[in-house]
Structure formats: structure tokens, C-alpha cells
Ligand binder design. Sequence first.
Ligand SMILES: C[S@@+](CC[C@H](N)C(=O)[O-])C[C@H]1O[C@@H](n2cnc3c(N)ncnc32)[C@H](O)[C@@H]1O
Ligand SMILES: Nc1nc2[nH]cc(C(=O)O)c2c(=O)[nH]1
Ligand code: SF4
Ligand SMILES: [Mg+2]
Length: 215
Amino acid sequence: MASYAVKEMFVTLQGEGLNAGRRALFMRFSGCNLWSGREEDRAGAECTFCDTDFVGMNGDHGGRYAGADELADKASALWCEGLEEGAPCAFVVLTGGEPLLQVDAALIDALHARNFEIAVETNGTIAAPPGIDWICVSPKAGTEIVQRSGDELKLVWPQPGVDPDAMESWAFRHHLVQPMDGPGQVDNRNAALKFVYQHPRWRLSLQTHKLIGLP
Ligand SMILES: C[S@@+](CC[C@H](N)C(=O)[O-])C[C@H]1O[C@@H](n2cnc3c(N)ncnc32)[C@H](O)[C@@H]1O
Ligand SMILES: Nc1nc2[nH]cc(C(=O)O)c2c(=O)[nH]1
Ligand code: SF4
Ligand SMILES: [Mg+2]
């Protein structure tokens, strides 16, 4: 039976993409295939602009979960805190790190059995297992994207070396550009604005949680 290395879990609002504003339980998995997570490795990594600490299992409700039922039970308990019994619309966002290094059929089934709608945030280099309800792929320059279908394609912008026009032939329902946070964020926001003005198929995704101090 698979175990799961989880960095942290917390209830917040989904800050990004089409589901922005929705109450969501974030399940952040440890580890990524495109960066070690150590600052000294960042410059040489395949993904250099990550805004997230996904190293280890030391965050809120992080740890090594022995199996899918144990992890899904904890997720359900966290979701239900402060809600009326039987409240509908349980929503979990699987992220990381790269969640698809660990998410499997057993976890998807265990979360569905607890009435969760399941979203995933992935870099697209690993195919998503069947059954996920909302797939968000965020491609990184220079990587091979194998997950070319889903609900939203969320391209961090600007990224030299990516071809958004080619991505329009992939099978996504929604196309978004999200300004790259970090050094140059004002210029990046302006570049993203310019992009959506010139590409009406694409819409702007702001990291709204950061604007209002949510995790
Ligand atoms: C931390 S990643 C984890 C999920 C997965 N590894 C991925 O990259 O999609 C979650 C989301 O944050 C985005 N992101 C990471 N660093 C960012 C930054 N500096 N500015 C804007 N978005 C960023 C990613 O592109 C992705 O859409
Ligand atoms: N509030 C909030 N929304 C998010 N959407 C995607 C996030 C992520 O790190 O995957 C994220 C996050 O870290 N916090
Ligand atoms: S792929 Fe995702 S988790 Fe990995 S380093 Fe890049 S943004 Fe961070
Ligand atoms: Mg984040």
C-alpha cells in the first residue's frame, strides 16, 4: 500500500484560476521533479521561479501518511472544521511540489468516498490518473508536457522559451496567464496584461490569496 509524504494541509480560498474565491482544502505534497527545493539548486533547476516551500513534511498537518484512508480521513476532518454537519461542496486541491509524483487511484477513490471534488495543480510532465475532477496544468519552459488536456492551462508569464500559440491546440477548456511573482513582479504583471490584451483566448489569473494575506 502506498504511503504519502505531505508537506502541509490547510483550509483557505483557492487563490488562482477559474476556481478563485472557492473554499478549498489544500493538500500540499512534498517534493518536485523539476527542483529540489533547495535555494542553492534553484538557478540550475528546470523550474527556477517557484514560490513554494515543499521540502519535508513539517508544515501544518504534514507528515508521512501510511495510506489513502488515513490521509483522506484527515482531509475530511480538516474540511469539516467550522462547517455545519452535512455541508455540501467539499473541495480539495492537490498541489505541491508536484502532486502527481504521489497521487494514485487509491487516494482519488478515498477522497471521492468522502464526497470531495478533487482538483489538481500540476506541472504537466506526468500524466494525470483517471478520476480527477479539475485538472490545472502549468507548463514550465524547456519541459515536455505530457498532460495536454484538462480544465485549465495556467501559464506563468513571462517565460522565455514557451510557445503559447502552440498550446492553444492542446485540449484545455480555459487558458490563463498568471504573472510571475518574485523579482520583477511589476514588469511581469504588465507583460501579462499586455499578453491578454493581445490574445483574447487567454484570461488573466491573479494570485488573489497573496493580495489579501491568505495562505
Ligand atoms: C507551486 S506550484 C505546485 C504545483 C505544480 N508543481 C505546478 O507547478 O503546477 C502551484 C502553482 O503555482 C504557480 N507558481 C509557482 N511559482 C510561481 C510564481 N513565482 N509566480 C506565479 N505563479 C507561480 C505554478 O506555476 C502552479 O500553477
Ligand atoms: N490560496 C492559495 N491558492 C493557491 N492556488 C494554487 C496554489 C498552489 O500553491 O498550488 C495556491 C496556494 O498556495 N494558496
Ligand atoms: S514545478 Fe511547481 S512545485 Fe515544482 S518547482 Fe516548479 S512551481 Fe514549484
Ligand atoms: Mg501557492
